[in-house]
Structures are given as structure tokens and as C-alpha cells.
Write a protein that binds this ligand. Structure first.
Ligand code: SAH
Length: 509
């Protein structure tokens, strides 16, 4: 982001709820934001895309408290623009559909602040779609009307023309309609809408908390009583009858309603989080570690420069691969400079990372554990003429276990170390995940390495009541047991896919 004399504010539509339903442009702006202002409808998971140091301001409702008044939000945005080059004002759905987005733009322009609107997917369309209800369908509905259910029908200051809405054809969608639902539906029926008109309400559409009911205009208010609350989209019209036929096109969510905590570093969390979200889990990212350069950068740089002279390169983690090649390509331009070294990886995740550079592995155990890597060398070593007197570069993290080094040295290999990165406790908590874990609890908390366990324990957050622990493998489980925690779920193959499968298995049994 080029820094201008005065910053710019982007009003970005966050989409209906699922954090994957933001636009590519919205995501890019979040990734380069210096400041983000958000409220209750924008999923907190989106904030994990913000760069470190980004100022994050919440202006929505907090338990029992009102949201910040609109005038104050407007002033806040102007103030943000005076401090930051790129402020993202994140708004649920589309910023210009009942979001007061246009008021914010007018206030910003009046104050001379440059701004830009980035549209989003509105809940008025995505909400019905998330349960298989299209707002239009040839032969059933050629128009749709979206209106607010927040204004008291019949009141003089109401901008709504209920009789006209009742009389118009096609699909009707009500936003902010839950608190006045009964009176709105009564008014529509009094104005001529058939009480038998098909109707549905979808709460927390596209999120793990999604719930919905199907009824008729005459029965919907009773059907939602005590079952559904705000925020919900209400949809009226014949299109509602398509929901059964279209249900197979709606995502299946075996982990729906389960809150699962991901403790990996921010840069590594996304693959695991995305898989869990695909199955409908309410993923809470609570990074416990951060990946930083090694303490001795000079040593690392020299090891990378010398790397083409080794017989073997041994990679102990996907991060090691990433950091090694970042440094490698800072020095060399061509992958062929690496020479003809053989390559070993500690497991499939590391091998997959190597494959991104077009490199295949010669030795890899099925389980990603250092002991298994050594066993694999013992089994396959002869194919390569053994390891004695062979030069090896072991690329790993500063805090890694030294089994690989010791065991290979024992076998007379000549091993040098290349410490490619270090892990330190994560201090930032931009999404407020820590306090939410304490106040709202979780169903499952995942640990993907011993360091995630140690660092989580150092945060002193008690494990919520009834929360089960999922471990990526035996070493991580052993670390958990040191703290007196028995993992309820342990995966066999020590990789993310298998961890997700193990969670699915335990939840669907
Ligand atoms: N700009 C937003 C609407 C803001 S008004 C948009 O384009 O979607 C707030 C209303 O939006 C809520 O009262 C509810 O009716 C609806 N809404 C927003 N997100 C929703 C969701 N995930 N599920 C159901 N309704 C939602």
C-alpha cells in the first residue's frame, strides 16, 4: 500500500458469514490493512488475514452492551484515516444493503477522506441459497423484493408500503425481520398475501451456527418462537418449495455446531481451518506459536549457500522447506544450482512442500516422526550405498529434537545443521479468541506439535468444561500427558488430513 498524505478507507463487504465468502479484492485489502473496523456480522476469522501489527477495532454489540452509535463510528473512521494509510471498514453482507454503509461514505467524503466501496455477497440472496432456496426460478418467480422488517408496519414515518409489497409478485425477502416478525406477517396477510404462502427463516446462514425452519406466512411466527432468533433472513414465496429438491446442492456439514480450536501458527493454520470449515465446524484460530528467523541468521545463510555440496538434504518439517527455499532463491536463481543431492523428508507433509519446487524425495517414513525417518534410512540405506562417510545437511527448527543428528552421526554420516527458523510464543490475539475460549468454551482443541502444547499451557487458559483434545500424533500426546491431559482423539499418520479424518470419525460415531 503506497502511503498517501492521508489514508483511504475501504468499505468492504464481508459476505454473509462464511469467511470464505468474501471477495478476492476484499481479502487482498484485509491482507494489506493497517487498521480494521468491524462489527458483529463480520466473522472474526477474517481478521486472521490481517498483517501483524494491524490495529483492529470492534464497534459492534458486546454481551449486554449496545453497539457504538453510528455518528461515533463515522468519527472513528475519519480518525483512523488520519493515522493509517489503509483502513478497512468490514461490514456484513454487502455494505450498501441495509448496512448504513452509504452514511459512512457520505460522512467520510464530507470530512475529505478518500474512500472506496468493495461490494460483498448479501445475506438477502445467500441466506435463502444456503438452504437451497433460489430467489428467482423460471416459472415460479421472476422478481424479488428485499425489505427491512425493522420498521413498525403502519407507522407514519415508515418508508415501507406494505400493501404494495403484499400485492407484488415473486419472492419477498425480509432482513432485520425477527423482532417484528409476527406483526409484519400479519400486516402482509391483512393486505392480501395468502396465509398459505410458503415461508422460511434462516438464522446465521452460511455459518456453523446455521439453523432454519420452513412454514407458511400464517405459521412462521409460531414456528420460529423459541427456535430461531436474529440475525435471520425471512423468505416468502413459492421458491421456498424448491428447498427439498435443491437440498443435495447444499453443503453437508457433519461438524456443524462444533467449535474447534486451532492452535497452530497463523501462517500454518489455514489448511487445517479450511478443512474443518468445509465440514461445517465453527473454527476458532488461537495461534500459540509464531515462526521467526533463526537466532543465527548468518549461520543459516552460510548453510544455504553451501547446500549444493552435500550428498543428502534432510528436511524435518514443511516450514523448514519453505524457509530454506526462501533463502535459497535469495542467493541462487535456478533450482538446478541445488545439484544432485538425494533428499529425505520426515513425512508426507514435508514431501508435499518439496513437491511444490518439483523435488521428489528418496527417503520418507510413513509416519512423520524422527525415529521412523532413521528406521527408514536403516531399511533403505543400502540402496544408496549406506550413510557412512556421506555428507548430509539437516534442515530443521531451532527447537527441534536432535534424534536425527545423533542417530545419523552414530551411523558415521557427516551431518551439518541448517537451522532455518525458530518458533516463539504468539503474543498477538487480534480476534479476541482467548477471551472467547474462556467465556464461550469449545468442543475440541487441536494440537499439532509439542510446541503448540507448551505454548498453550503457558497462556494459562483453563481447558473449557467438556472440551476434548485432539492430538496429531504420539509425541504431541506424550507432551499433553506431561500436563495431565489425555487426548480423546489421536491421529495415526501424523498429518493434517488424518487429523481431520480422526475428528470426523469421532464426531460421526
Ligand atoms: N448488509 C447486510 C445486511 C445488514 S442488516 C447484507 O447485505 O447481508 C442485518 C440483517 O442482515 C440481519 O438482521 C439479518 O436479517 C441479515 N443477515 C446478515 N447476515 C446474516 C446471516 N448470516 N444469516 C441470516 N441473516 C443475516
Amino acid at each position: 500500500m503506497s502511503v498517501s498524505a492521508k489514508g483511504k478507507v475501504f468499505l468492504v463487504g464481508a459476505g454473509p458469514g462464511d469467511p470464505e465468502l468474501i471477495t478476492v479484492k476484499g481479502l487482498r485489502l484485509l491482507q494489506q490493512a493497517d487498521c480494521v473496523v468491524y462489527d458483529a456480522l463480520a466473522d472474526a476469522a477474517l481478521l486472521s488475514h490481517t498483517p501483524p501489527g494491524c490495529e483492529v477495532l470492534y464497534v459492534g454489540k458486546r454481551a449486554g452492551n449496545h453497539a457504538m452509535p453510528q455518528e461515533q463510528i463515522n468519527e472513528l473512521l475519519v480518525a483512523c484515516a488520519s493515522r493509517h494509510a489503509c483502513t478497512v471498514r468490514l461490514k456484513g453482507g454487502d455494505p450498501f444493503v441495509f448496512g448504513r454503509g452509504s452514511e459512512e461514505v457520505l460522512a467520510l467524503l464530507k470530512a475529505g477522506v478518500p474512500c472506496e466501496v468493495v461490494p460483498g455477497i448479501t445475506s438477502s440472496i445467500a441466506g435463502p441459497a444456503s438452504v437451497g432456496i433460489p430467489v428467482t426460478h423460471r416459472g415460479l418467480s421472476s422478481q424479488f423484493t428485499v425489505f427491512t422488517g425493522h420498521e413498525m408496519p403502519g407507522k407514519a414515518e415508515s418508508g415501507l408500503d406494505i400493501p404494495a409489497i403484499a400485492a407484488t409478485r415473486g419472492t419477498k425477502v425480509i432482513l432485520m425481520g425477527m423482532s417484528q416478525l409476527r406483526s409484519t406477517l400479519q400486516a402482509l396477510i391483512a393486505a392480501g398475501m395468502s396465509p398459505d404462502e410458503s415461508a422460511a427463516a434462516v438464522q446465521w446462514a452460511t455459518t456453523p451456527r446455521q439453523k432454519w425452519v420452513k412454514a407458511t406466512a400464517g405459521t412462521l411466527a409460531d414456528a420460529v418462537e423459541g427456535v430461531l432468533g436474529s440475525p435471520a433472513v425471512v423468505v416468502l414465496g413459492e421458491v421456498v418449495t424448491l428447498a427439498d429438491a435443491l437440498a443435495p446442492a447444499v453443503p453437508v456439514r457433519p461438524l456443524a455446531g462444533k467449535r474447534i480450536v486451532v492452535t497452530r501458527s497463523r501462517e500454518q493454520a489455514s489448511a487445517l481451518s479450511a478443512r474443518l470449515r468445509e465440514y461445517g465446524a465453527d473454527v476458532m484460530e488461537l495461534p500459540t506459536i509464531r515462526i521467526v528467523p533463526p537466532s543465527d541468521r548468518q549461520d543459516f545463510a552460510e548453510a544455504v549457500v553451501d547446500s549444493p555440496h552435500y550428498d543428502w538434504l534432510i528436511f524435518s518439517s514443511p516450514n523448514g522447506v519453505k524457509k530454506f527455499f526462501e533463502a535459497f532463491f535469495a542467493v541462487y536463481e535456478d533450482i538446478r544450482e541445488l545439484g544432485g543431492a538425494r533428499i529425505a523428508a520426515v513425512g508426507p507433509g514435508t514431501a508435499a512442500e518439496l513437491k511444490k519446487y518439483g523435488l521428489m524425495v528418496d527417503v520418507m517414513p510413513r509416519k512423520a516422526v524422527a525415529e521412523e525417518l532413521i528406521a527408514e534410512f536403516d531399511r533403505k540405506g543400502d540402496e544408496f550405498g549406506g550413510v557412512a562417510n556421506v555428507t548430509m545437511l539437516w534442515i530443521h527448527s531451532e527447537k527441534g529434537r536432535d534424534i536425527v543428528y545423533k542417530e545419523l552421526m552414530k551411523r558415521q554420516a557427516i551431518v551439518d545443521e541448517c537451522i532455518a527458523y525458530n518458533t516463539v510464543p504468539e503474543m498477538d490475539d487480534p480476534t479476541g479468541a482467548r477471551s472467547r475460549l474462556t467465556s464461550e468454551g469449545a468442543d475440541i482443541i487441536t494440537f499439532t506439535s509439542s510446541s503448540t502444547v507448551h505454548n498453550f499451557m503457558a497462556m494459562n487458559i483453563p481447558l473449557p468444561e467438556g472440551c476434548r483434545v485432539a492430538s496429531i500424533g504420539p509425541i504431541t500426546s506424550a507432551t499433553l500427558k506431561e500436563y495431565g491431559i489425555e487426548p480423546a482423539i489421536e491421529c495415526e499418520k501424523h498429518n493434517i488430513e488424518n487429523l481431520v479424518d480422526s475428528i470426523l470419525k469421532s464426531e460421526t460415531n
